[in-house]
Design a protein around this ligand. Structure first.
Ligand code: PEP
Length: 252
């Protein structure tokens, strides 16, 4: 039986004071929602402070991105070894905002996936199609290409220590969620690609859904066969909404 995970992607939001309030609210409220895993992904600059605030709780800490290189002359970058050093267990890789705004190609995403794993930081590989791609009927090809780039670079065995997040780009921050049928169809496809190469790894792979998940739609999505929780943007900055989503995941 796969565990559920709800991961909050705080993006470029937060302050020391706001983060303290969010963490206090989440950790206090989670007692009632135990049963699934919960993670927060603050901006780099706050990771160490949030790690300290999370000490002694079950809430996991993730970064939003990682350098594709291990170290050296890469001004402004943060390496996977550094993330591990300050207590990050996970990192997002290939979020659509990184792919579209910062030029993270499939190859760069695959390189980031590999350096994260090598440092013992579990990658949460984000993949998803744009609206144009969905309307052109190439969703499954796009998913196959984005996932295939990492399988080719890292091998399917690497997915025994990784998570995949399906995030249709048209659903991120738009208030427009994929229908349960749309989401389940792509999640099943992702699992079948991995299971086609290794049945056990495919069956055990956690696949999260992301894209305008809220307390009101989380339970319906998380009840689907191949959806194992969510990657949450906007709603992760609202304690009550985030806790409602965690509760929905814990109940599945
Ligand atoms: C995200 O940024 O990964 C995301 C899913 O955002 P939102 O929940 O706001 O759509």
């Amino acid at each position: 039986m796969r565990k559920t995970l709800v991961a909050g992607n705080w993006k470029l939001n937060g302050s020391s004071e706001l983060n303290r309030g969010l963490i206090a609210g989440i950790t206090a409220g989670l007692g009632a929602a135990s049963g699934g895993e919960v993670m927060v992904c603050p901006p780099y600059v706050y990771l160490a402070a949030v790690a300290a605030q999370l000490a002694g709780t079950d809430v996991l800490l993730g970064a939003q991105d990682v350098a594709a290189e291990d170290g050296g002359a890469f001004t402004g970058e943060v390496s996977a070894v550094m993330l591990a050093d300050i207590g990050c267990s996970h990192t997002l890789i290939g979020h659509s905002e990184r792919r579209t705004r910062y030029g993270d190609s499939d190859e760069v995403v695959a390189a980031k996936f590999r350096v994260a794993q090598a440092a013992g930081v579990k990658p949460v590989l984000c993949i998803g199609e744009t609206l144009e791609e969905r309307e052109s009927g190439v969703t499954m090809e796009v998913i196959g290409r984005q996932l295939g780039a990492v399988v080719d670079a890292a091998g399917v065995g690497a997915f025994a220590a990784a998570i995949v997040a399906y995030e249709p780009v048209w659903a991120i921050g738009t208030g427009r969620t994929a229908t349960p049928d749309q989401a389940q169809e792509v999640h099943r496809h992702i699992r079948s690609i991995i299971a086609g190469a290794d049945a056990k790894i495919g069956a055990e792979l956690q696949i999260l859904y992301g894209g305008s998940v809220k307390g009101a739609n989380a339970a319906e999505l998380f009840a689907l066969e191949d959806i194992d929780g969510g990657l949450i943007g906007g709603a992760s900055l609202d304690v009550a909404e985030f806790l409602a989503i965690c509760k929905a995941a814990a109940g599945t």
